[in-house]
Write a protein that binds this ligand. Structure first.
Ligand SMILES: Cc1ncc(COP(=O)(O)O)c(C=O)c1O
Length: 407
């Protein structure tokens, strides 16, 4: 039997697993394993992890425990519970100043925002239709677009444009077939934040080109400068799109899988129709613990402060070595151009080369991004284990200083 011969073209047929995004993370994992085999006594400093290292606040956990014992919470939740939607609407008002959302039409929950992005392409994409997707970026909506027979048109995020996409130079034949525009601010991996002016432009662009906007606010409340900004706070935004919020990063509830989709009512109908054919809703006890979290947006403050403090320390170290590093506007990610090489030694031609070097030679884990130039992403969500945060930074500095990079 050859199962490879049975694999669909959308999954790459017999090439499955040889050239996918998973491959990038697979390579990092193998490099980590090799480094640990060679020198098990040197612990890895893991700046590659893309998820929070902290626990949710204790009362959220207590609430989950309590609600998990309630008989009426045991069954299918389908499109969600009223209390969660009410709490999310209030959260949108208190944290983002977005008022007047309709409980019956403009909000629903999702089992994490990853799932939410997976469900939209079925509603919009036919063969050869386009999704406009910022690059580099979170791949889920693009993967599902392609599985539906559609195409991804990447919108490069470049430093000279403050990592905002250029909406003015998309070819007309792409615009004619574009159905979805995916945006993500605060942005993974660049750490950039959006501006009101940019979002106003997006609303205009969506109306003029009849494109539906999906704004990914997974890092929404992890913004370090200016006011926390929702796409939906812009006049007319609700006519053209939805925003997806997650409790993963704002409340350290990553594995709990809880998010909400909010905005355009037809967009919500389409989403719910798609979702109904994939899942039966998140466990009600988790949703009710989520209600408690959303009623306490102040829980995000120490999380945000921790990331900012760590970013500042990391940037100081990297700058002292010669990297062009700046504290980002939001998220726990730091996105950096790579050095050219090591003096009298190896040269780096891609983020991936540099990432492999860091892990194999210095036991520092990171994630490469080569879509729009050679970059690397460090995350400040490292676990300190039995050391202090400062111990980790001191050791990081020592390891980086042991090599002379040139830029
Ligand atoms: C940009 C972006 N969007 C969405 C997600 C998914 O978050 P979740 O499914 O945990 O809500 C992530 C997770 O890393 C992300 O980086």
């Amino acid at each position: 039997m050859n199962i490879y011969k049975l694999i669909s073209k959308r999954f790459g047929g017999e090439e499955f697993g040889k050239n996918s995004g998973e491959y990038k993370f697979g390579k990092i994992k193998s490099a980590k394993e090799e480094a640990m085999r060679r020198s098990p006594e040197i612990p890895i400093i893991d700046l590659g992890i893309g998820e929070p290292d902290g626990m949710p606040e204790q009362p959220i956990i207590d609430k989950l425990y309590e609600e998990s014992m309630v008989y009426s919470n045991r069954g299918y939740a389908d499109n969600g519970c009223e209390e969660f939607k009410i709490a999310a609407i209030k959260y949108m008002k208190d944290v983002y100043g977005v008022d007047g959302l309709d409980l019956s039409k403009e909000i629903t929950h999702a089992i994490g925002s990853k799932n939410a992005f997976a469900f939209f392409p079925a509603a919009f994409i036919d063969t050869d239709d386009y999704a406009l997707i910022t690059s580099p970026g979170y791949p889920v909506l693009g993967a599902h677009t392609e599985w539906m027979g559609g195409k991804v048109y990447p919108l490069p995020l470049l430093e000279e444009n403050s990592f905002l996409p250029d909406l003015d130079n998309i070819p007309q034949d792409v615009l004619d077939r574009a159905k979805i525009l995916y945006l993500n601010y605060p942005n993974n991996p660049t750490g950039a934040i959006a501006t009101k002016e940019f979002y106003k432009k997006v609303v205009k662009f969506a109306k003029e080109n009849n494109v539906f906007v999906i704004a990914d606010a997974a890092y929404g409340d992890l913004q370090f400068v200016g006011e926390t900004l929702s796409f939906l706070s812009i006049e007319g935004a609700k006519e053209v799109g939805v925003e997806v919020h997650s409790l993963s990063k704002a409340f350290n509830m990553t594995g709990w899988r809880l998010a909400f989709v909010v905005g355009n009512s037809l967009g919500l109908d389409l989403f719910k129709h798609s979702k109904n054919n994939y899942d039966s809703g998140q466990f009600l006890a988790i949703q009710k613990a989520g209600v408690f979290a959303l009623q306490h947006p102040e829980f995000t403050k120490p999380i945000r402060e921790k990331y900012l403090r760590r970013h500042k320390k990391l940037v100081e170290i990297l700058k002292s070595i010669g990297f062009d590093a700046k504290v980002p506007g939001g998220t726990f990610f730091l996105y950096l151009p790579i050095p050219k090489g090591v003096k009298d030694g190896i040269t780096f031609n891609s983020g991936e080369d540099f990432c492999q070097y860091l892990i194999k030679e210095l036991h520092i884990s990171s994630v490469p991004w080569d879509e729009e130039g050679a970059f690397i992403r460090f995350s400040v969500t490292f676990e300190t284990q039995n050391r202090t945060e400062d111990d980790v930074f001191t050791e990081l500095k020592r390891r980086l200083e042991s090599v002379s990079f040139y830029f």
